[in-house]
Structures are given as C-alpha cells and as structure tokens.
Design a protein around this ligand. Sequence first.
Ligand code: IMP
Ligand code: MG
Length: 181
Amino acid sequence: MHSDLARILITEEQIAARVRDLGQQITADYAEQGDLLLVGVLKGCAMFMVDLARSISCELAMDFIAIASYGASTESSGVVRMLKDLDTDIAGRHVLIVEDIIDSGLTLAYLRGQLQRRNPASLRICTLLNKPERRTADVAIDYLGFDIPNEFVVGYGLDYAERYRNLPYIAVLKPEVYTDV
Ligand code: IMP
Ligand code: MG
C-alpha cells in the first residue's frame, strides 16, 4: 500500500462485485425502454464509467461532461463551472448520470438542474460512493455503490490534486497529506 494512505476502505474485489450488481440492476430497469445514455462526470468517473458500461448488457450510448470541483482542496466550494459540455442532444433520451462520489451534493444538484432543462425522457443518478453525513443539497440517488464515512478517499478514479486515480481500490488518504497545503 502507498505510504500516503491510511487504510484501504473498499477492495478491488468489492468494487468489482458491486459494479456487476449495479450493471444487472440497470440492465433490468432500462432493457424495455431503450435509448439509454450514460453521462459520465469527468474525470473521477473514468474507471467506474467503463467498468459499469461493460456490466450493462442492454444497448447504450456514452457521453461525458466535465465540471470543475475542488481543485487541490478537499472541500467543495459550492461554485460549479462547466468545463466540457455533452456532445449529444439529450432531449427525449433516458439519461443516467454516472458520478464517482456525492459529498455535499452541490455539484450534482447543479448538474441535474442543467440537464433537466434539456428535456430528457428521464434523468437518474448513479454514484459509486456517497457520504451521507456531508449532504447539504438535496439529491436523490437512484443507484448507489457504497455509503462511506466522512473521510477523504482516493483511488479508482478519485484523486487528490490529480494523484492516486490509478489505484485499483478505494483508500482513505492520510490527513497529513492534505492538511499542510
Ligand atoms: P460535492 O459537490 O461536494 O458533492 O462534491 C463532489 C465532487 O467532489 C466529486 O465529484 C469529487 O470530484 C469530489 N470529492 C468529494 N469527496 C471526495 C473524496 O473523498 N475524494 C476525492 N474527491 C472527492
Ligand atoms: Mg475530483
């Protein structure tokens, strides 16, 4: 284990099993209606998005959106900026937002509002991780990987200052790694 990490919270095997379950659930829910569009929120969603897509067996399309979140801080500013919009028109389509983690909920509340205005046929949210203790904005989660405690985590796409995204597991970052910046 990397020396910046306090402990592994969710192993590679646990992630894989949960992602498979979520894929089956999503397949069952969307198989009938069709026209599923997965919208990944870059960059944190990267690993989860590709693994989830491979575990869904109905037809789907993928698109990505990029929004600015924390930069090199561990607290949400509440100010959300869109860095890259979708390539596709989502009107009349069944949109499923794919996120790495919901913390305060501010990022997703903003994003959901933006996408809802474009009149999708349906709009749901799938997140790998959720920190329920930290919620300030009201966001309903339709598909959830894991509830986690209020600690800063990295790995499997999640970063601190763009580092640790390539770890295959989810781990708690030692507070001293980010308290002295
Ligand atoms: P929110 O707006 O507070 O819900 O923050 C959501 C975004 O903050 C996520 O998409 C992540 O990019 C980032 N974030 C929140 N908590 C963590 C964490 O524990 N580790 C890494 N990134 C996080
Ligand atoms: Mg991030």
